[in-house]
Design a binder for this molecule. Sequence first.
Ligand SMILES: *Cc1c(COP(=O)(O)O)cnc(C)c1O
Length: 427
Amino acid sequence: MTVLDHKPETSFGNNVFERIESEVRSYSRGWPAVFESASGSWLRSEDGKDYLDFFAGAGALNYGHNNPVLKSALVDYIMSNGITHGLDMETVAKRNLLETFERVILKPRGLDYKVQFPGPTGANTVESALKLARKVTGRESIINFTNAFHGMTLGALSVTGNSMKRAGAGIPLVHATPMPFDNYFDGVTEDFQWFSRVLDDSGSGLNRPAAVIVETVQGEGGVNVARAEWLRALADLCADREILLIVDDVQMGCGRTGAFFSFEEAGIVPDIVTLSKSIGGYGLPLALTLFKRELDVWSPGEHNGTFRGNNPAFVTATAALEEYWTDDALERGTLRKGERIRQTFMNLADMFDGVSTRGRGLVQGLVFDDPSDAQKVCGLAFERGLLAETSGPSDEVVKLLPPLTISDDDLEFGLNILAEATAQVRA
Ligand SMILES: *Cc1c(COP(=O)(O)O)cnc(C)c1O
């Protein structure tokens, strides 16, 4: 018997994921299936079972899986030997994206933003936003909010709330001060006053911040929705005190709440905006950092990255803007379908004690007083062929993020599964 006769798969289990993939894996635990293909709002596992996707890559697949319009643009581009890896060189694909973004998104909204391509993930755009705010103001502290989520790199983690994820840093996370998000005190105290109060109190111990970073709807944090008037008051306070306002639109941008940017409804203009997840359109990695023209104080190469020129993602991003953002059909559909989910969730909240609901557009949460109920609902949903995830500090919220392009029939199908699962768990 030699070492080559040794069969590790029998000694360590015959599942390669369990055998050699790190324990850090997470979604695969709640959804124990091996997925093979996907189309629109559906995934198929290798054993031929279909799953309706109410998670959409955590909001990276707003236009669905393998969207045919984006796919054909991508395939044509690849077959014509279009540039795949382009550093930050000027390419035809990048020019098309910048021109389309300017024409379809920025100009009609009167936004005079410059566009930075950081590395292609959400954490990258958050890091570049924080760095830029510090460079512009010469200050180091950042205000973040309770239950915020901004990514896993050290800067992004320093402004993230979740204590388990923060602990993963292994070093102190400094230069960020959390303030209560809208309705943190359940409406008992006007949460917002706390921030303005400590800002103006020279005895408060708060260093003058460079910037405030905020999500208009906290997705990972439990579908906490900031009211438009709260966002306006925050924007006014920042403008008054010359603090930069960063809206992290990585998950809520690209139409998740209806409009392209989630802050449009509040009528505010952030100084800096982060986009990733669905901006590439096809699930390909891409991120943008947008900022007011006068904030562009970067030196060439000061925030660099090998994969800033993911040209295939430029192509699918451009195709998505042309297909979905030159009229308001997608936006109207999102609001209508969101309302449909809300009705179902309100009925469930009426029927069962300890269940409530909150959300905006096509990010809707079903909130359980007992977090284990939310887990059970997602578990039962999976058995019936529906992918839904929990979020919130105790994973007490069933969070729905279906593709914005989902059909009414599929939406209805999934909502029925969730209603039945909730009834079964609460029976
Ligand atoms: C997902 C997310 C991020 C981090 O994006 P990654 O691509 O995972 O680095 C940052 N901010 C928000 C609001 C997010 O939802």
